[in-house]
Design a protein around this ligand. Structure first.
Ligand code: OSB
Ligand code: MG
Length: 368
C-alpha cells in the first residue's frame, strides 16, 4: 500500500467543563487530525499533542511541522506491506512521538479497512469489551469533587482517578475514602512532586489507592525507583515511558509496578504493542491513558485496549463526558457496567463525521 495524500486539519473543540491538572487547565482543545489517503482508502489518526508544551515537549505546532516537513516526505508514495512497518521507517526522526503516532495509527486504520477487519482484530486484540474508568480534574471545592465522583459512579465507571497537586492531595483523598470506602480509587500527580516529598506521599498509603500515577519528574525513572521502595502504594508511570526501553528500565529498576500506555506518548500502535508485550511477559499490568481526545483518538484507544494485558480500567470514557457533540458516529458509549464494546465495523469502527469536522476546522493543509 502507498500513501498518496495526507490531509492535516486542526479542529477546535470546547470541553464541556475545563479540565485542571497540576500543570494547567484545558478548556478549548486544539486537536490535530490526520487523514491519510492510502491507495484511495481513508485512514484517520489524531495527534495527542497539546496546546502547550506542559505535559510533554510536543505541541500542535511542533507536530504539524514534523508531520509536514519530515514524516510525510519519508512515507510519501513508499511501498509499505504492513502498517506494522511504519514505526521503524520513522526512526530517523528522534522523539516527536505524538507527530509519529498521528500518521502511524492512520496507517493502521487504513490497513484494517483494506482488509475489512476491525482494527482491534488486526492488532491482535482478544477482548470484546473493555473496562472503563474516569479521570477527574482538580476541583475547587470538596462538595464539587464528591459530586463529580457520584456522577461517574452512577454512570457505571469502574474506577475513579483524581488529579492531585501539592496542597490538594491527602485531604481530597481522605474526603473521598470517608465517603466512598469501597471504590477503586487512584491519583495522578503529573510530575508535581520531588523525591523530598516522599514523607507526604507516604501518607497516601493509608488510603489503599490502587496506584499513584507519575508523582515525580516527567523524565526521571531513577527517582521513581527510589520512591517506590518507600511506598506500599504501587507507582504507575505515564510521562516517563516514551518507548519500550524506558518500560524495561522502569520495570528492572523497580520504578513502577503498573504502566499507563498512551498511543501519542509512545508513537503509535506498534510501539504501544511492544510495551504491552514486554509488560505482559513481566506480569506488569497496563492500562490505556487518555489525552482528552476527540472520537478519532478515542476509537484508536478502544482498539488498543482490546489487547489482553490491558487488564486495568483505562481513562477511556464516553464521548458525552467531554463534548456536547463528538466528531464520530456513533459516539462512544459506556454501559451501566462501565464497559465499552469493541466495535465490529472495519478499521477504527466509528465513522468520522466529515461535515462536522469541516465546520470545526481552523486550519488545513493538503500534502500530495
Ligand atoms: O496524565 O493522564 C494524564 C489529560 C491530559 C493530559 C494528561 C492526562 C490527562 C488525563 C485525562 O488524565 C484523561 C482523559 O482523557 O479522560
Ligand atoms: Mg497521567
Amino acid at each position: 500500500m502507498r500513501l498518496r495524500k495526507l490531509t492535516l486539519r486542526e479542529i477546535h473543540l470546547r470541553l464541556l467543563s475545563p479540565f485542571q491538572t497540576s500543570f494547567g487547565t484545558s478548556d478549548l482543545r486544539r486537536i490535530l487530525l490526520v487523514e491519510a489517503d492510502v491507495d484511495g482508502v481513508a485512514g484517520w489518526g489524531e495527534s495527542t499533542a497539546g496546546e502547550n508544551p506542559f505535559y510533554s515537549y510536543e505541541t500542535v505546532e511542533t507536530a504539524w511541522l514534523i508531520l509536514r516537513d519530515y514524516l510525510w516526505p519519508m512515507l510519501r508514495g513508499r511501498e509499505i506491506v504492513s502498517a506494522s512497518q511504519v514505526w521503524d521507517l520513522l526512526a530517523p526522526v528522534r522523539g516527536h512521538n505524538m507527530a509519529k503516532a498521528a500518521i502511524e495509527i492512520a496507517f493502521w486504520d487504513a490497513e484494517a479497512k483494506r482488509q475489512n477487519v476491525p482494527l482491534a482484530k488486526l492488532l491482535g486484540g482478544t477482548r470484546t469489551e473493555i473496562p472503563c474508568g474516569v479521570s477527574i480534574g482538580i476541583q475547587p471545592t470538596r462538595a464539587g469533587l464528591i459530586a463529580k465522583v457520584e456522577e461517574a459512579l452512577a454512570a457505571g465507571y469502574q474506577r475513579i482517578k483524581i488529579k492531585i497537586k501539592p496542597g490538594l492531595d491527602v485531604e481530597p483523598v481522605r474526603t473521598l475514602r470517608e465517603r466512598f470506602p469501597g471504590i477503586r480509587l487512584m491519583v495522578d500527580a503529573n510530575s508535581a512532586y520531588r523525591l523530598e516529598d516522599a514523607p507526604l506521599l507516604k501518607k497516601l498509603d493509608a488510603y489503599y489507592l490502587i496506584m499513584i500515577e507519575q508523582p515525580l519528574g516527567w523524565d526521571d525513572i531513577f527517582s521513581h525507583a527510589q520512591l517506590q521502595r518507600q511506598l506500599e502504594t504501587p507507582i504507575c508511570l505515564d510521562e516517563c515511558i516514551h518507548d519500550v526501553e524506558h518500560a524495561r528500565a522502569a520495570i528492572e529498576t523497580g520504578a513502577c509496578r503498573i504502566i499507563n500506555i498512551k498511543l501519542g506518548r509512545v508513537g503509535g500502535h506498534t510501539a504501544a504493542r511492544r510495551i504491552h508485550d514486554l509488560c505482559q511477559a513481566r506480569s506488569v499490568p497496563v492500562w490505556c491513558g487518555g489525552m482528552l481526545e476527540s472520537g478519532i483518538g478515542r476509537a484508536h484507544n478502544i482498539a488498543m485496549s482490546s489487547l489482553a494485558n490491558f487488564s486495568l480500567p483505562g481513562d477511556v470514557a464516553a464521548s458525552r463526558r467531554y463534548w456536547a457533540e463528538d466528531v464520530i458516529e456513533p459516539e462512544v458509549e459506556v454501559s451501566k457496567q462501565g464497559t465499552i464494546r469493541i466495535p465490529s465495523a472495519p478499521g477504527i469502527g466509528y465513522t468520522p463525521r466529515l461535515d462536522r469536522i469541516e465546520s470545526l476546522t481552523k486550519r488545513r493543509e493538503v500534502l500530495e
